[in-house]
Design a binder for this molecule. Structure first.
Ligand SMILES: Cc1cc2nc3c(=O)[nH]c(=O)nc-3n(C[C@H](O)[C@H](O)[C@H](O)COP(=O)(O)O)c2cc1C
Length: 317
């Protein structure tokens, strides 16, 4: 069955998944302001979700528009992966499931999940097949993607992408670094280009990812390295405007920070508001008195205190 991946407008400019960051409130802010093509959730353990769906399903709370939401799962056990995918399909409004094959964190990769799968191609294929089975078992048109890196301790882009293509996901998102690099050095877009030549032949979409700091840069990479789209991660922190190439005034930044807090209360009322502090710090980056504002923000414990403080800041345009 066709999924949104087959009909979505290209080039795709999406919000990359970020654990602890791309929660429902932040995704909604990005959706309202940036209008990206797609939004990814934070990653969630497939085993955890299959054992305790109630708590973890909150991560997948959707935004108000039709922008496709892709739920990301990590894990190494195909049975848990299939169960978790089935739970997401049944209980949430996600339009796509993404399998994380790129996380470098020890707690994920050393257990055979995340970027650890680059070293275990057979396991990677089994996980893709497990999610495919869960999708086939429903009558919903759910997309299937994989987000990965260009290698484990060395670059193996072409062999790795060819392996993934055998299992035929709809889309591969590729961060141009190896696991060993973590987030050091620069993303290797030449490797993303090589991958795009392979995915084009197989009629599978490729999203390039790594170090994009503006929409202009995204478009340059799309032109030069020919992916079907781009995912933006860190460039969107406190900066949902990156998807529109606009530079907001100080006043708009404060209003947006306040909107973020309101959405947090609305969408995730029982979540810990301390997770908002870092977002507020990012919105005020570059303000002339940013460091004293940040010091105050770091002491605020409730969403009401945060809103009161932000509304007390007066800025002329
Ligand atoms: C704090 C943080 C959390 C991340 N969490 C995830 C995650 O849950 N799943 C995932 O696939 N990638 C995750 N990533 C990787 C990003 O999605 C992205 O691939 C990487 O940051 C490179 O893109 P960028 O340079 O645009 O940030 C995370 C990155 C950061 C910085």
């Amino acid at each position: 069955m066709e999924s949104f991946w087959q009909t979505i407008k290209k080039p795709i400019i999406g919000l990359s998944p970020m654990d602890g960051i791309t929660d429902p409130a932040f995704r909604s802010v990005v959706d309202e302001i940036g209008h990206p093509s797609i939004l990814y959730t934070e990653f969630v353990s497939a085993e955890g979700l299959s054992r305790n769906p109630k708590r973890l399903l909150r991560t997948f709370t959707s935004h108000k528009t039709d922008t496709p939401l892709i739920g990301q799962l990590f894990g190494s056990d195909p049975i848990a992966m299939q169960e978790a995918a089935a739970i997401l399909i049944e209980k949430t409004k996600i339009q796509g499931i993404d399998i994380n094959m790129g996380c470098p964190a020890r707690r994920v990769a050393s257990h055979g999940g995340g970027a650890g799968l680059i070293k275990k191609p057979h396991d990677a294929i089994k996980l893709i097949e497990a999610v495919k089975s869960a999708i086939r078992a429903t009558n919903k048109s759910i997309g299937l993607s994989v987000k990965t890196r260009i290698g484990y301790d060395e670059i193996v882009t072409e062999t790795w992408i060819k392996t993934l293509l055998e299992a035929q996901p709809d889309t591969i998102a590729l961060h141009g670094r190896t696991l060993k690099q973590m987030y050091t050095g620069v993303a290797n877009w030449e490797e993303i280009h090589k991958a795009s030549l392979l995915t084009k032949k197989a009629h599978i979409l490729l999203l390039g990812n790594g170090d994009i700091q503006s929409l202009d840069e995204a478009n340059e990479h799309i032109k030069k390295h020919t992916p079907d789209g781009i995912l933006i991660g860190r460039g969107a922190l406190g900066n949902p405007w990156i998807f529109q190439n606009s530079t907001p005034s100080v006043k708009i930044r404060i209003q947006t920070a306040m909107r973020h807090i309101q959405l947090f209360d609305e969408l995730t009322p029982i979540a810990n508001p301390l997770s908002l502090r870092k977002h507020l710090g990012w919105y005020i980056k570059g303000f002339s008195d940013a460091s004293s504002i940040r010091n105050t923000i770091m002491k605020l414990a409730t969403t009401k205190d945060m809103l009161d403080f932000l509304s007390s800041l007066s800025y002329s345009e």
